[in-house]
Ligand binder design. Sequence first.
Ligand code: AMP
Ligand code: ZN
Length: 113
Amino acid sequence: MNDCLFCKIIAGEIPSAKVYENEDVLAFRDINPQAPVHILVIPKTHIDGAGSITPENAASVAKCFVAISEIARQEKLSGGFRVISNCGEDAGQTVKHLHFHILAGVKMGEGML
Ligand code: AMP
Ligand code: ZN
């Protein structure tokens, strides 16, 4: 039994505000946006997080980044955007399915990055 929230979104068991989808990748708007544009990009195959990327599943990750580039054009993020992936407790990862946050639409500070 897969209890993963994002796997349930992929399966259509939980609704999402979809912005992009192909065979390997799904992207949808974050339910609690931290910027005017806040999109989550996830591989359709379950990977726990950035610390679980291996040579065997790395193609799924590459496909996420191709999607990120396409989403940036689709959403007209010509002013730029930030991509973040939290991994593990100290980073504040709350959903244990690899995801990339796309943040845009505001001038971002240099804070942590
Ligand atoms: P993280 O804290 O890096 O694990 O990111 C998880 C993100 O998922 C958070 O920004 C949440 O706001 C977001 N989130 C949680 N549940 C949903 C949902 N049902 N639909 C869209 N975004 C969600
Ligand atoms: Zn999952």
